[in-house]
Write a protein that binds this ligand. Structure first.
Ligand code: TRP
Length: 445
């Protein structure tokens, strides 16, 4: 049977969770919302919402051992075939992957640049990044193609030979690099400043936007809402403790986000740079700092961007696998055919995404004030993923036999723990996500 080993599953799920969300996005969002208080809100979202949904997805996958669409039919009380539409969520994976691959392409470009002269002023770094995004279409297509090919190559080999293997290689490498960077950050005077920025609460910037950002980030970083965890758990051996592994993954994921934050803020504060630079933080602010450190700076830059690349590749494969498994099982496709179809879709969408940011095409690829890249982000993070999470929770709460769930949970945890989780999944989490979703869509203020 083509299943993960226990450790292979934890590495693969952690590899999926740890990605650009941890190393690129978490630090800049934390910076924008002023540090400590945001980190606290984020941690609460991870524990009381993210982890609850993570365990829900993991339960569903391990119970059914099939693709997302068939899972809903198989686990439901009614076995009604209309539950197959629950599989809609996997398509968000292809959309996310398309722009994720473009961003990974930028990172690949920065690895190459890190071997040469780094920019020595913020203006230069800023215009370099702008040039890449708004003018260098060909270069972006080349790097996006390389990332797409690597992703396709890995998933072609399947769960065990492809996904498990690459995670067993890249995750330890990522750990070593981050450990080295952390050791260097610890040696800087600014490390203590970074610690107090991330852990002392500043509530002035915490409003509903911060709450939304924290929840969105918790979802994205735990790879929820497109069926990744369900799909990976379908290949988790039957008797493994899915609750314990969920906790492990959440702990690893959160620790890496915090470590990445400490590293990046130590570097920024050392150079007296701003913590609130937004998405350009790692592409503009950091290269300038690396540039001031001479050859050591080149080495650190190469290590840092490689860490981002490794983290991103193990996430990329996890975005396409749910849709592949669905195509293979429900439409009786060979893996090769499914990979060719899904690979072409995300590759082309990625090209549309990158063109929509270029000066040459942005006007024709902007609709209702948002370019295609932002639309893809919006449709996935603000629409499809929250809806998928609500559907998953309500499904478990109202359409699956409670005793069946309880029996499986109490093999691993006490009945008290099960009851807490059950109330959260049935009422609290769907309600919280609904409120935030309506808020985000502007339905309620
Ligand atoms: N968790 C990854 C990150 O933080 C991204 C990711 C991988 C993802 N698989 C996913 C996000 C599935 C949403 C859904 O970068």
């Amino acid at each position: 049977m083509n299943k993960f080993s226990r450790i292979g599953f934890i590495f693969a799920a952690a590899g999926s969770a740890v990605g650009l969300g941890n190393i690129w996005k978490f630090p800049y969002v934390t910076g924008e919302f002023g540090g400590g208080a945001f980190v606290l809100v984020y941690l609460l979202c991870i524990v009381f919402i993210g982890l609850v949904v993570f365990i829900a997805e993991s339960f569903l996958g391990q119970s059914s051992e099939v693709n997302v669409s068939s899972t809903f039919i198989k686990v439901s009380k009614s076995k009604n075939s209309n539950w197959k539409y629950g599989g809609f969520m996997v398509f968000a994976g292809l959309i996310i992957l398309s722009f994720y691959s473009v961003v990974l392409g930028w990172i690949l470009n920065y690895i190459v640049l890190s071997f040469g002269n780094l920019p020595n002023s913020a203006e230069l770094a800023g215009s370099g990044f702008n040039q890449l995004v708004s003018e260098d279409i060909g270069l972006q297509i080349v790097f996006h193609s390389i990332v797409a090919l690597i992703t396709i190559f890995i998933v072609l080999r399947g769960i065990k030979e492809g996904i498990e293997k690459i995670n067993l290689i890249l995750m330890p490498l990522l750990g070593i690099i981050l450990f080295g960077l952390l050791a260097y950050a610890l040696s800087l005077d600014s490390f203590s400043k970074a610690v107090s920025f991330m852990f002392s609460a500043n509530w002035s910037k915490i409003d509903e936007n911060a709450l939304l950002a924290a929840l969105g980030q918790a979802f994205f970083t735990l790879s929820l809402g497109i069926g990744t965890i369900m799909t990976y758990s379908a290949s988790l051996p039957k008797n493994e403790n899915f609750i314990k592994s969920s906790f492990y993954v959440a702990i690893v994921d959160t620790s890496i986000a915090i470590i990445a934050g400490l590293i990046i803020f130590s570097f920024l504060f050392e150079a007296g740079a701003q913590s609130s630079a937004g998405p350009g933080l790692v592409f503009i602010s950091l290269p300038v700092i690396f540039g001031q450190w001479g050859t050591l700076g080149n080495i650190i830059a190469i290590s840092f961007f490689s860490a981002l690349l490794f983290a991103g590749i193990t996430s990329a494969v996890s975005m396409i696998e749910p849709v592949l498994m669905l195509f293979i099982e429900r439409f009786n496709m060979t893996r090769k055919k499914a990979v060719i179809i899904c690979g072409s879709i995300f590759y082309l969408l990625g090209i549309i995404a990158l063109l929509s940011m270029s000066n040459a095409f942005k006007d024709s690829l902007t609709f209702f004030g948002k370019n295609a890249f932002d639309w893809m982000d919006f449709i996935t993070s603000s629409v499809s993923m929250p809806i998928a999470a609500i559907v998953t929770c309500l499904f478990l709460g109202f359409f699956v036999d409670k005793q069946t769930i309880q029996n499986k949970f109490t093999q691993h945890v006490s009945i008290g723990m099960f009851n807490i989780w059950y109330v959260l999944v049935k009422y609290i989490v769907p309600l919280a996500i609904t409120i935030l979703l309506l808020n985000k869509l502007g339905v309620i203020q």
